[in-house]
Design a protein around this ligand. Structure first.
Ligand code: CDP
Length: 208
């Protein structure tokens, strides 16, 4: 059973994916971490983020064991991810790993931007999680404060809007709800309510 959960920045798709995976007893892959890690590795080796050959080489040699690096959650890592994620050959280099994760025995939950459209177009259930940009910015702002980081709400909102525009506007695998995805707007839902709604949508799709 493959569950695809996509959506824009800070929509809550990562938290939802983890809860759904736990509920179903499935492994979960946050595919944003792959792009964040490529951005991290490009910068760590002194290349410019726009250097698409460096990004490709580092995507090909990405070590999945480094995906639990807490620095991947830092402000700036999402922006760097979104720059390398715009490169078609970088996306192609990361495809096999994601598909292999998806087809493991029993299945998996994957969250990202293009899981339902490109990575797993045959997923058993697809949810596209949205929320108004202001709501998403408040959630991310609260996370940043919990991390003890000094950022303004306005800067967080600007980051989210810039990233959404880049992710939706790119040519290669743009952020997009698959035609057969269920839309879940979490603007007015807390995490428990969003989880209940997601489980309901999935059960309806897989006929349980
Ligand atoms: O957690 P948040 O929604 O802020 O970001 P993320 O899911 O970790 O994704 C970071 C960036 O990686 C996004 O802005 C996208 O540019 C890129 N990404 C992508 O292109 N395709 C995916 N399947 C997942 C992430």
């Amino acid at each position: 059973m493959i569950i695809a959960i996509d959506g824009p920045a800070a929509s809550g798709k990562g938290t939802l994916a983890k809860l759904v995976a736990q509920d179903l007893g499935l492994p979960c892959l946050d595919t944003g971490l792959l792009y964040r890690a490529v951005g991290r590795d490009v910068a760590a080796r002194g290349f410019k983020l726009a250097d698409s050959w460096a990004a490709l080489a580092l995507a090909r040699s990405l070590d999945p064991a480094t995906l639990d690096d807490p620095r991947l959650r830092n402000p700036g890592a999402g922006e760097a991810a979104s720059i390398v994620a715009g490169m078609a050959h970088v996306r192609a280099a990361l495809l096999d790993y994601q598909r292999a994760f998806a087809v493991q025995p029993g299945g998996a939950v994957l969250d990202g931007r293009d899981i339902g459209t490109v990575v797993c177009p045959d997923a058993d259930a697809k949810i596209f999680v949205t929320a108004r940009p202001e709501v998403r910015a408040w959630r991310r702002f609260a996370e940043r404060q919990e991390q003890g980081l000094k950022v303004t709400y306005d800067a967080v909102l600007a980051d989210i809007e810039r990233r959404d525009a880049r992710d939706a506007g790119r040519e290669s695998a743009p952020m997009l709800a698959a035609p057969d995805a269920d839309l879940l707007d979490t603007s007015e839902l807390d995490i428990e309510a969003a989880f209940e709604a997601a489980v309901g949508l999935i059960k309806r799709k897989i006929g349980r």
